[in-house]
Design a protein around this ligand. Structure first.
Ligand code: HEC
Length: 159
């Protein structure tokens, strides 16, 4: 073997060895790493209550994805018809009562909006941000619109 080849081979061998040295046994850190204990999480962050549908203001997308543990009904997400905004509606509204209260209503968008505001003003429902609010009111008015009365629907005297 020529010296040049020998040197090339040894360099390659060294590079490969170092590359395969995943555990880092051969690569000693140049500077000794000081072991600093990881700081404990700030107590305020640890103690911050989880967002709840039962009060306060909810930031964008902060509607919880679970019901409070003491929800006194057996409704699940499937209690509401599928559609855009179903999950948000369920987790916000079913925190306090079952979905039957919602499903028995047939309201215009305006009245759903009023009903939504009533939940906040009278019952202390958490206030979601405007986008979530619109999403939920859209879902409610699309899925639970005013029901038509009778077979002919409209005023019989106009026929
Ligand atoms: C903070 C608790 C709370 C939340 C959250 C809540 N509600 Fe209510 N809701 C109540 C209470 C209390 C009543 C009173 C009637 C009852 O429980 O029988 C009620 C009643 C209703 C009724 C019956 C009609 C009426 O006006 O009394 C509807 C419809 C309704 N809620 C819709 C909703 C919808 C839609 C949502 C989600 C956007 C929602 N609620 C979220 C507390 C809540």
């Amino acid at each position: 073997m020529k010296p040049v080849t020998a040197i090339t081979v040894s360099i390659l061998a060294l590079v490969v060895t170092l590359a395969l040295d995943r555990a880092g046994v051969l690569r000693q850190p140049a500077v000794p790493v000081a072991v600093t204990p990881t700081p404990a999480p700030a107590p305020s962050a640890a103690a911050a209550p989880a967002p709840s549908a039962r009060g306060g203001t909810l930031a964008k997308g902060a509607i919880p994805r679970s019901l409070p543990p003491d929800a006194h009904h057996q409704d699940t997400i499937d209690s509401l018809p599928p559609g855009k905004g179903r999950d948000e509606t369920f987790y916000l509204c079913a925190a306090c009562h079952g979905t039957a209260l919602i499903k028995q209503q047939g309201l215009s968008r305006e009245l759903w909006e009023a009903s939504f505001q009533l939940m906040i003003d009278r019952h202390g429902m958490a206030k979601p941000d405007d986008a979530d609010r619109a999403l939920i009111v859209d879902y409610l008015s699309e899925n639970f619109p005013p029901r038509r009365k009778g077979r002919s629907g409209d005023n019989p005297f106009l026929k």
